[in-house]
Design a protein around this ligand. Structure first.
Ligand code: SF4
Ligand code: SF4
Length: 357
């Protein structure tokens, strides 16, 4: 380091230990088992005998400052001043005294927050950033979550499902979209429309050409200007060209649809991880309540609830009964679009938890 130069400021995640409940800090790495006293509550017991209760409540994820303050006030008054947010946008309060659990739940419910999402319930739907942070969304993932969770509130609050159900939504076809027991993903159905006047000014053409997974984009001169052209017969309407080149507009109120995929599971605890598979396509992207997509999700959940054995995850259940029976029971039409005939996937998709280079 040059003499007199200031020390660089380290950025990145702060050390999480400073924010942990003291009982969690003390027993770090020394937990013996956990129990589920009631929906939305976990009790962890350490080898030394200490116990900590976690109370989980759903939030709308995109939190305004007033709601956040309210949640913190509840944490100070009814819990012990420690909270954390889960990856599915739930807030969790930790208390070491079991007698604080019920008053805390009462305080949360009085303010309109819903306690649940543990064990064999439908957990809060995880969703991608959408319009608030991202420049390419084709739908409002947060709005889809809100409309669906309004209808699934009893499944969040109770242990009604054969096993836990993780639902995800995403607002484009290619990036941070989820893989879950049920995934509601954007589906583009038309190739991008190119604004040739803007391509030369905005896009780095070689990187756009390189991004297309099926090599459908070629450089071209249009009206004497450097631009791009798309071989529409090859294009699979994935939208991967749109983020690096916004003049390749693919979002469209009519032709951007929703698709529902089921059976994805990251875990390899009891079996291999599984890829989700398409079960419903071309569903209208219909804000503000997306009734068509919600009806299909509810039908799949009801069928799973009525037919799966205890503790079968959605993918285990489908594997046992087979896909033909899944389509029969859910009354979803099986069409030629459900058949994956893209042979390139064998080589390029990673089907194990191991990283390949
Ligand atoms: S899913 Fe796509 S559109 Fe939505 S936030 Fe992620 S990258 Fe952006
Ligand atoms: S939408 Fe996808 S397949 Fe079509 S041109 Fe763009 S990158 Fe290629």
């Amino acid at each position: 380091m040059i003499e007199g130069q200031r020390t660089p400021i380290e950025s990145g995640c702060p050390d999480g230990f400073q924010y942990m409940h003291p009982v969690m800090r003390k027993n770090y790495g020394d937990w013996a088992y956990h129990e589920d006293p009631r929906p939305g509550v976990l009790k962890h017991t350490a080898r030394g005998g200490d116990a900590i209760y976690t109370v989980r409540a759903g939030t709308q994820r995109i939190l305004d400052v007033f709601t956040l303050r309210k949640l913190c006030e509840i944490g100070d008054e009814f819990a012990e001043g420690y909270v954390r947010f889960t990856i599915r946008s739930n807030i969790e309060y930790m208390v070491s005294d079991g007698s604080k659990v019920e008053p805390l739940i009462e305080a949360l419910e009085k303010e309109g927050f819903v306690v649940g999402g543990t064990k064999n319930s439908v957990a809060m739907i995880s969703h991608t950033q959408g319009w608030l942070h991202c420049d390419i969304p084709g739908t409002d993932a947060s709005g889809v979550v809100k409309s669906m969770m309004d209808e699934l509130i009893d499944e969040f609050k109770n242990w009604n499902m054969p096993n836990r159900v993780h639902i995800t939504t995403s607002c484009c076809q290619i990036n941070c979209g989820g893989q879950g027991d049920i995934a509601i993903n954007v589906q583009h159905t038309k190739p991008p429309k190119i604004n040739h006047d803007l391509v030369a000014n905005i896009c780095e053409r070689p990187s756009v050409v390189a991004r297309c997974p099926v090599a459908a984009i070629r450089p071209a001169l249009v009206n004497g200007k450097p631009s791009l052209e798309v071989d529409e017969k090859k294009c699979i309407c994935c939208g991967a060209c749109y983020p690096p080149c916004t003049p390749m507009q693919i979002n469209d109120p009519e032709h951007t649809k929703l698709a529902i995929w089921v059976g994805g599971n990251h875990s390899n605890a009891r079996g291999k991880p599984t890829f989700q598979k398409l079960v419903a396509a071309g569903i209208p992207n219909n804000p503000p309540r997306w009734p068509e997509a919600t009806a299909i999700v509810k039908k799949i959940l009801q069928t799973y609830k009525d037919n799966a054995r205890d503790w079968e995850r959605l993918n285990d259940w489908i594997e046992r009964i087979g896909w033909p029976q899944f389509f029969e029971l859910t009354e979803l039409p099986f069409t030629k679009f459900h058949i994956d005939n893209w042979r390139g996937s064998r080589r390029s998709l990673n089907a194990s938890t191991h990283i390949r280079f």
